[in-house]
Design a protein around this ligand. Structure first.
Ligand SMILES: [Cu+2]
Length: 240
């Protein structure tokens, strides 16, 4: 289902994640309404008045059992309810075996994406890297390995419902399958320094033919392009 206040959904598991979000929203929304209505009622009912006197209340074991058991039951229900989808998305053992491997490296304040090239394998001669540009094919599975060169960042693609922390010294994996063509935003979702607000990239979901054409143009101009004027000056080796 698609909601007007949500970004578009363009990944295979986005719809299920949205449904899970709404289940949690309905439960927490109902609790919020009940609590607020009760709060207002008690504020009004027991406001200061001529005939009100203060009384001392000992507490109630029964009430404590009730307000501990119900939230615990809700939390356990949500944990069990979301476990299947969570493990489908996050379990490294369940990454589709046919997925195209991508290496994504975050640093202040940009994303470096290393593509496997036409042979589909990382670490071979036809690999190439792009800065802040993620190009993928609709309907194809992608597996990424994500790391950071400096501080903690978070790789966030709202239309894929994908968010994963990038942690220096760790290579965290994940996967996605785009379901519609288009062009959208990649954001950093972890405050990572003064330039955090402009740490954004773009994702292009192509048809297979468009992607092949784009990839061929990358191989043709294999020499590293000059970084755009707004890039942060970076010394040392670049990730290509
Ligand atoms: Cu960042």
């Amino acid at each position: 289902m698609q909601h007007w206040w949500f970004p578009a959904n363009a990944s295979s598991y986005g719809g299920q994640l949205d449904s899970l979000f709404f289940v949690i929203l309905y439960i927490t929304g109902a609790v919020f309404l009940i609590v607020e209505v009760a709060l207002l009622y008690f504020l009004f009912r027991y406001r200061r008045g001529a005939n009100q006197t203060a009384t001392y209340i000992e507490g109630s074991t029964a009430a404590e059992i009730v307000w501990t058991t119900i939230p615990a039951a809700i939390c356990i229900f949500l944990a069990l309810f979301s476990q299947r989808l969570w493990s489908e998305i996050k379990d490294p053992d369940r990454i589709p075996p046919d997925a195209v491997p991508l290496e994504i490296t975050a640093k202040q304040f940009e994303w470096h994406i290393r593509y496997p090239g036409p042979d589909g394998r990382q670490g071979s001669d036809d690999d190439f890297s792009k800065r802040n540009e993620l190009h993928v094919v609709v309907g194809r599975n992608y597996a990424f390995r994500l790391t950071s060169e400096d501080v903690i960042h978070s790789f966030f693609v709202p239309v894929f419902r994908l968010k994963q922390d990038a942690v220096p010294g760790m290579h965290l994996s994940g996967w996605f399958r785009p379901t519609s063509t288009g062009q959208w935003e990649i954001a950093c979702a972890e405050l990572c320094g003064l330039g955090h607000y402009r740490m954004r990239g773009r994702v292009w979901v192509h048809t297979a033919e468009d992607f092949d054409r784009w990839q061929a143009s990358q191989a043709a101009g294999a020499a590293p392009a000059a970084p755009p004027a707004d890039s942060v000056a970076s010394s040392g080796a670049r990730a290509s």
